[in-house]
Design a protein around this ligand. Structure first.
Ligand SMILES: *[C@@H]1O[C@H](CO)[C@@H](O)[C@H](O)[C@H]1NC(C)=O
Ligand SMILES: *[C@@H]1O[C@H](CO)[C@@H](O)[C@H](O)[C@H]1NC(C)=O
Ligand SMILES: *[C@@H]1O[C@H](CO)[C@@H](O)[C@H](O)[C@H]1NC(C)=O
Ligand SMILES: *[C@@H]1O[C@H](CO)[C@@H](O)[C@H](O)[C@H]1NC(C)=O
Ligand SMILES: *[C@@H]1O[C@H](CO)[C@@H](O)[C@H](O)[C@H]1NC(C)=O
Ligand SMILES: *[C@@H]1O[C@H](CO)[C@@H](O)[C@H](O)[C@H]1NC(C)=O
Ligand SMILES: *[C@@H]1O[C@H](CO)[C@@H](O)[C@H](O)[C@H]1NC(C)=O
Ligand SMILES: *[C@@H]1O[C@H](CO)[C@@H](O)[C@H](O)[C@H]1NC(C)=O
Length: 498
């Protein structure tokens, strides 16, 4: 049933030149189908969760055993090793951040207090020969942690380089079990433990934070890509350039290319400009018409735009009051046929066009009404349909509102009688039925479908607050505030750190 392949080829061209990570954002704009802007207020909300992530990093870090050796005059050499390093009673004071334009993000976590415990083994002479003694220790610490992540374009994704990471110890109080050891030995262990614990903790914590940053960044981007992809249709949200950081926002630029079968769409004339977005909401998504056109073309090609309505559903739909009179064969079909069925599908590649009034969607649709006989429809018709669609979002659900612009019957016939319908009243009935029954029905099916996609992949990870959808020339902006439910983050960290 889906239409012929040629219009499809007009929209998609095989593996266009791929532009990965252009140096200059403004030259990357025209290859950018999706833009995400996260503003300072959003960063404030996320920062409230930073302490949770840091806590996870500390607790999850595994501390390796360390060994050393020191000459101790009269006693010859003392060998010693540190093992079973563990962390207790972690508490995190507060975290602060700033956006550093053109540079990165500055993150400071103050007053992390923690107790590390472990065992020190030591022996005189060669390590391998003599490991006689064990001593448990505890270190009370108070630490300030600073991380200056830089965002870059890695492997076509936004990646965070957190290698600029430092720990300052304000307090480092060591308790050795028992106090039997000679002073010089205590001094030796104090030096060793101080040095080693600082080194190990710094190395492991920074490593763990790096890993978590990667996991989080990857998770968010995979969720977004999966959200837009379904079945054989996928959307590449790889980045076109390095994210931009200003004093007020972080902005990332994504390709938004549809792949279906072995064809990938091309975006090379996107109209994006930073002025399209403001800075007073937390989160913005900018979508070019250029991402939706190939996406709906692929959905059409994949046979997604098909709708069969039968029996009671169909009868209920036709209870809608129309001003034109039901032709007799329609009335008879609904009343007398045991299982009447209406089949509708898109019969050529639909397209769309966004302007300030909404997104104007054009489609050619074919419909067939079956009244008993399964192989020959009673009525068959083809339509041109242009509908202005706008969207809104409330209660975790997307709503589509459709305003029919132009609905015209291209051809209508009664196949069983091999007869074209020319009667104006009958043609008008079909037109009115499509406008008042068909269009709302299709939109409600689409709403359900999109809501299903949103539920499918962690779209509920955030509490979306007061979202708005704005339609502009050639693009759509969705803007919202959000909350980040505590338990979701905790669950997520638990799952990923297993
Ligand atoms: C952790 O804190 C509790 C209560 O504050 C205390 O009883 C316990 O000794 C602490 N543990 C360590 C290893 O310091
Ligand atoms: C750090 O914590 C200590 C006690 O827990 C508190 O007295 C001090 O004010 C805190 N410092 C900062 C910078 O938060
Ligand atoms: C897609 O792949 C199939 C089989 O691999 C090939 O026959 C077809 O020509 C390809 N389509 C295009 C547009 O290259
Ligand atoms: C944009 O892509 C289309 C389709 O591949 C191509 O025909 C056109 O020449 C490209 N335009 C520019 C400016 O690269
Ligand atoms: C509609 O009915 C036709 C004929 O029975 C069938 O081929 C098609 O898959 C159905 N489409 C949907 C979406 O159920
Ligand atoms: C249809 O119109 C009739 C008479 O005008 C009215 O009584 C009925 O409630 C209407 N039905 C619907 C579903 O609007
Ligand atoms: C889209 O808009 C442009 C300019 O506003 C217009 O020329 C074109 O016909 C429109 N296309 C559709 C499918 O509405
Ligand atoms: C339907 O749309 C096509 C493509 O825009 C156009 O060529 C045709 O004239 C239209 N037919 C009617 C009846 O509106």
């Amino acid at each position: 049933m889906p239409g012929e392949i040629s219009p499809w080829l007009l929209l998609l061209s095989l593996f266009g030149t791929s532009h990965s990570c252009l140096q200059d954002p403004s030259s990357a704009y025209k290859y950018t189908g999706i833009v995400c802007r996260l503003t300072y207020p959003a960063a404030v909300v996320l920062n409230e969760k930073t302490t949770k992530v840091i806590e996870a990093a500390f607790q999850h870090a595994r501390y390796p055993s360390m060994q050393g050796e020191k000459s101790a005059g009269f006693f010859g050499k003392v060998s010693y090793g540190l093992e079973n390093l563990e962390i207790y009673n972690l508490s995190i004071g507060r975290s602060d951040f700033e956006l550093r334009p053109g540079e990165g993000i500055g993150l400071e976590i103050n007053n992390v207090s923690a107790v590390f415990s472990g065992t020190i083994q030591y022996g005189y002479g060669s390590w391998l020969v003599n490991v006689g003694h064990r001593l448990d220790f505890e270190v009370e610490t108070q630490i300030d942690l600073g991380i200056n992540p830089k965002l870059y374009c890695g492997n076509s994704k936004v990646a965070a380089d957190t290698s600029d990471c430092y720990l300052n110890f304000h307090k480092f109080r060591l308790y050795l079990e028992g106090d039997k050891e000679p002073n010089w030995l205590k001094k030796l262990f104090t030096d060793f433990i101080t040095f080693t614990v600082k080194l190990v903790v710094k190395g492991q914590i920074c490593k763990e934070i790096n890993k978590l940053a990667d996991i989080l960044a990857e998770f968010i981007q995979d969720t977004a890509a999966n959200f837009l992809s379904d079945g054989g249709i996928s959307v590449d949200i790889g980045v076109t350039t390095t994210p931009l950081i200003t004093a007020n926002y972080i902005e990332s630029y994504h390709k938004g290319l549809t792949t279906y079968l072995n064809l990938t769409s091309v975006i090379n004339a996107s109209v994006f400009h930073p002025d399209h977005l403001t800075e007073n909401r937390m989160l913005y998504f900018w979508f070019s018409d250029d991402i939706f056109k190939p996406l709906i073309a692929a959905a059409h090609q994949d046979g997604r735009f098909q709708l069969n309505i039968s029996s009671e559903d169909l009868k209920t739909l036709f209870e809608t009051n129309l001003s034109s009179i039901k032709p007799e064969y329609v009335a008879k079909c609904l009343l007398e046929s045991a299982s009447p069925e209406l089949r509708v599908w898109s019969s050529s590649v639909p397209t769309l066009n966004t302007s300030t009034v909404g997104t104007s969607v054009w489609a050619q649709a074919t419909g067939e009404l079956y009244c008993g006989s399964q192989n020959k429809p009673t009525l068959s018709f083809q339509m041109n349909i242009t509908v202005d669609v706008s969207a809104s979002y409330a209660d975790k659900k997307l709503f589509l509102h459709g305003k029919p612009q132009q609905i015209s019957v291209i051809r209508a016939e009664l196949p069983q009688q091999n007869k074209l319908i020319n009667d104006e009243a009958q043609v008008e009935f079909i037109r009115e039925a499509v406008e008042k029954i068909g269009v709302p029905k299709v939109l409600s099916v689409l709403e359900v479908e999109i809501t299903r996609l949103m539920d499918k992949q962690g779209a509920n990870l955030f509490d979306i607050i007061d979202p708005e959808v704005l339609h502009q020339e050639g693009y759509i902006v969705t803007q919202m505030d959000f909350g980040f439910p505590h338990h979701l983050l905790v669950d997520f960290l638990k799952r990923t750190l297993q």
